[in-house]
Design a binder for this molecule. Sequence first.
Ligand code: HEM
Length: 521
Amino acid sequence: MAANGTPKDESDSDASPAFAGPPLTTRQGQPVSENQHSRTVGNRGPATLENYHLLEKIAHFDRERIPERVVHARGAGAHGYFEAYGTVGDVPISTYTRARLLQENGKRTPLFVRFSTVVHGGHSPESLRDPRGFAVKFYTEDGNWDLVGNNLQVFFIRDAMKFPDLVHAFKPDPVTNRQDANRIFDFVSLSPSAMHMVTFLFSPWGIPQDYRHMRGSGVHAYKWVNEAGHAVLVKYHWIPSQPEVNLTQAQADAIQSTNFNHATQDLYDAIESGNFPEWELRVQIIEDHAHPELDFDPLDPTKVWPPEQFPLRPIGKMVLNRNPVNYFAEVEQVAFGTGVLVDGLDFSDDKLLQGRTFSYSDTQRYRVGPNYLQLPINAPKVQVNTNQRDGAMTYHVDALGQGANPHVNYEPTSRGGSQEQSKGAPAHEPAYEARLVRSAIDRTNDYGQAGDRFRAFEDWERDELVSNLVGALAQCNPDIQERMVGHFSQCDSNYGRRVAEGLGLTVNGVAAVPATVAATS
Ligand code: HEM
């Protein structure tokens, strides 16, 4: 049978194709006239080793996969644009930041977004309880800006030292290759900083309906810097124009029984049909200092800045209006990082943020390769002039075509190489006077906001939270159950009581009577 489905005999390998389309070639550009049969000694074989087309085809196939992301392996992406409002509420945005992409009302910046789940592999179900990643790459006139966040507003830990432990506990057991509630809650029950995130995660927020119907958040405090070099602390929130919809466990189970790609499908189909999803970018702003008047540290990524105290103020909107042409080239190879900022945006002193900033580019040099920033999906849409040269998969040399001297790959130079630019506005130069220490922050307050969150949920959300936690903790050892009930009781006495009752523990959580274990996995 020929590729077009018509019968084909041995003599017709150069027959004209029945369908219109560009000529098939090898990667070397030679036309391919035989794509059905290997070259063989007689038609029964054996095949011969000089079959260049066959060997190239198989060899490329053998190398189709790169390492998947160590976390957030399953994702979906789309292109779109950001449109600035030029203001923060009623105030010109220049009051706070000189970032050029944000200054003018109506100014558009192209962007690429990747949404993801965290724990499991590249083709795992999208209906699992898991934080959702929400990563945005803005291709600005001053180079790229990445905002790499999640849908839950907070995080489990506040020190990058704990990230590999956290992820190992949530990933499958290294012996059985199964995710194990005992491993997860062993770690969590000894990590009180996780209580706020766990309260979000086991509520319906832990399974948003799909990517279009969820919010995003930068989680960390970042800084904005204005023309005078003055900085404020800022938190980012993406609020969908689509309704925010989260699922019960039963609803998620029903979806998963028929479709494990539902969120990818929903995003792709919506954009393909012209129903472009939108989010408004809103910010919270506070002065850049320790804020001793608060019962939490504003740099603590396990905390929200209460919106009634620090209102969310709109600064622009994002529209996703174009699907990727190739999943691998765009969604798989896109590389986001928290170190990718433009002038007017800055890091805060959040120590988790510094750990992340090392991790992203480091893993991408391994996952995609040292020249990952030359790939079209990652390359900024402005001229790049570095003196970096060579390395695996070098695709082009920076600055050629700009009249630059190709002999010069160093600086300073008087021979036509790239030159340092004069400083624009004054740099933000915070002063420090502190001891170098290894120590927790002062205002950990691990239970306060988790309790607030428990009380703020609607009744059905609280019911789901308790039932989901009881379902997961029923699989855990009694000591772990007791520790978790102890934590929940400190968040809110009803929280602890309800989980304890569900597990069959006594109300004060001390004398444990384990419930009948109803394993769900
Ligand atoms: C110290 C803490 C953290 C470390 C070390 C870390 C590390 C990583 C690594 C290694 C990746 C894979 C990147 C790649 O292969 O391209 C990743 C992906 C990601 N992380 Fe983190 N992460 C941390 C905390 C967080 C937090 C707090 C958030 C949310 C605010 C977050 C959001 C994401 C997202 C959205 C992705 C997927 C990006 C994409 O779609 O390509 N991470 N992280």
